[in-house]
Design a protein around this ligand. Structure first.
Ligand SMILES: *Cc1c(COP(=O)(O)O)cnc(C)c1O
Length: 429
């Protein structure tokens, strides 16, 4: 089913899926196979030439993974998607066709800790560079873009700080510079935020989080809006010029608005090998079926709990864009009208020590390096996820010493409040 006129609740269950042609199985089977038998030698040649679309080898394509790709692409309003082994793999997959030695990206300072590390250090080994800029300073974003910039990168709802990016304003800047805007939509999900409608070219996900929703598998996805003209200038030769890694195929000319998706599969997955396995795709497909239901409850609980925390004397500050006190409250209504997510931070009176006591004393909340689970989760970012960052980078990312990140689950809000209450009492004693 691919009719995009259906509503979100229908599409999250049906998009990409059809009864199994061999057995009629209603649920998408887990195609646990490495390879696929060619009809004959001509069929095999056509597949390898990309003249016919089909299945060759599961590093490239797999029918279970293909359903998930179509489902996420549909939910995001994109033309195609490529799933991969993790959210971090998705980021490399998104950048790979655009970049080359000496090229750079301009990224927000407010990003997931692991992304800051990936962009500050690891991508340098490829000869890529990242310039971090405060995305609220639009002039600084414009000034950071130079002739070698190949993408702008930000998170719609930033992890961890309760920050909302003005996606439309940044998209306009990227458009003027004729480069794509990549949005990490992990913490918002397509239910809360639709970056492509706001002007994004590509959307990346860690499907590990809300899309799967139950903390079972890691995965990632790159969604293409299909709207970018890769041939408008000579900045993207892998897409517009003969690609030497695929016997001189011109991806944009051959595949039109699906160029990026085909490149992601035919070159990205083929050569980088960051493949999602069909078991992981199965768990994530199960998760997507209830995405909107979960996100509504996540948001409802987050608002209730953030309000309770905000009035508590043991708390210095709550950074949640769903609170009227947040400087991003009005922007949130435009960028993510169905809610500002369920991820926020609290600054606890008593600093580092109190934070450590708090995470130790919580009973329902689990102290883990994850978010976007049905379970409520908590982490002291400064001693864990943001540990590799300098104190300045920690502050900029909203992960200072006295800051605890909370990912609100779908349990009873009153139980979560009672748990926070008892743990805060222990933390302040
Ligand atoms: C978790 C996360 C990532 C990385 O995803 P993995 O699946 O852990 O590799 C990237 N961006 C955001 C916003 C995340 O929350």
């Amino acid at each position: 089913m691919t009719d995009t006129t259906y509503g979100f609740d229908t599409l999250q269950i049906h998009a990409g899926a059809r009864p199994d042609p061999a057995t009629g199985a209603r649920q998408t089977p887990i195609y646990q196979t490495t390879a696929y038998v060619f009809r004959d030698a001509d069929h095999a040649a056509a597949l390898f030439n990309l003249q016919e679309v089909g299945f060759i080898y599961s590093r490239l394509t797999n029918p279970t993974v293909a359903v998930l790709q179509e489902r996420i692409a549909t939910l995001e309003g994109g033309v195609g998607a490529v799933c991969c082994s993790s959210g971090h793999a998705a980021q490399i997959m998104a950048l790979f066709p655009l970049m080359g030695p000496g090229k750079n990206i301009v990224a927000s300072t407010r990003l997931y800790g692991g992304t800051v590390t990936q962009f500050s250090h690891t991508i340098k080994r490829f000869g890529w560079e990242c310039k971090f800029v405060d995305f609220d300073d639009l002039d600084a974003v414009k000034a950071a873009i130079d002739d070698n910039t190949r993408a702008v990168f930000g998170e719609a709802i930033a992890n961890p700080g309760g920050y909302i990016m003005d996606v439309r304003a940044i998209a306009d800047i990227a458009d003027a510079a004729e480069i794509p805007l990549i949005i990490d939509n992990t913490t918002a999900t397509p239910f809360l935020c639709r970056p492509i409608e706001l002007g994004a070219t590509l959307v990346v996900h860690s499907t590990t989080k809300y899309l799967t929703g139950n903390g079972t598998v890691t995965g990632g996805c790159v969604v293409d809006s299909g709207k970018f003209d890769w041939s408008a200038n000579d900045k993207f030769p892998s897409l517009s010029q003969p690609e030497p890694a695929y016997h001189g195929l011109k991806f944009h000319e051959t595949f039109g608005n699906l160029a990026f998706t085909f490149h992601g599969i035919a070159i990205g997955l083929r050569d980088l090998g960051m493949t999602m396995n069909p078991q992981a795709a199965h768990y994530t497909l199960m998760g997507t079926e209830t995405l909107s239901l979960r996100m509504e409850r996540h948001v409802e609980n987050a608002v209730k709990i953030a309000k309770w925390l905000e009035q508590d004397d043991r708390i210095e500050k709550v950074t949640y864009a769903g609170l009227e006190s947040s400087p991003y409250f009005e922007r949130a209504a435009k960028v993510c009208p169905k809610g500002a997510g369920a991820l926020f931070t609290i600054s606890v009176k008593g600093g580092y020590e109190a934070c450590v006591k708090l995470v130790n004393a919580l009973e329902i909340f689990s102290h883990v390096a994850n978010l976007g689970d049905t379970r409520s989760l908590v982490i002291h970012s400064a001693s864990t996820t943001h540990r590799q960052l300098s104190p300045e980078q920690q502050e900029a990312a909203g992960a200072g010493q006295n800051v605890v990140r909370i990912s609100i689950g779908t349990e009873d809000a009153d139980d979560l409040i009672a748990d926070l209450d008892q743990a805060l009492t222990k933390a302040s004693s």
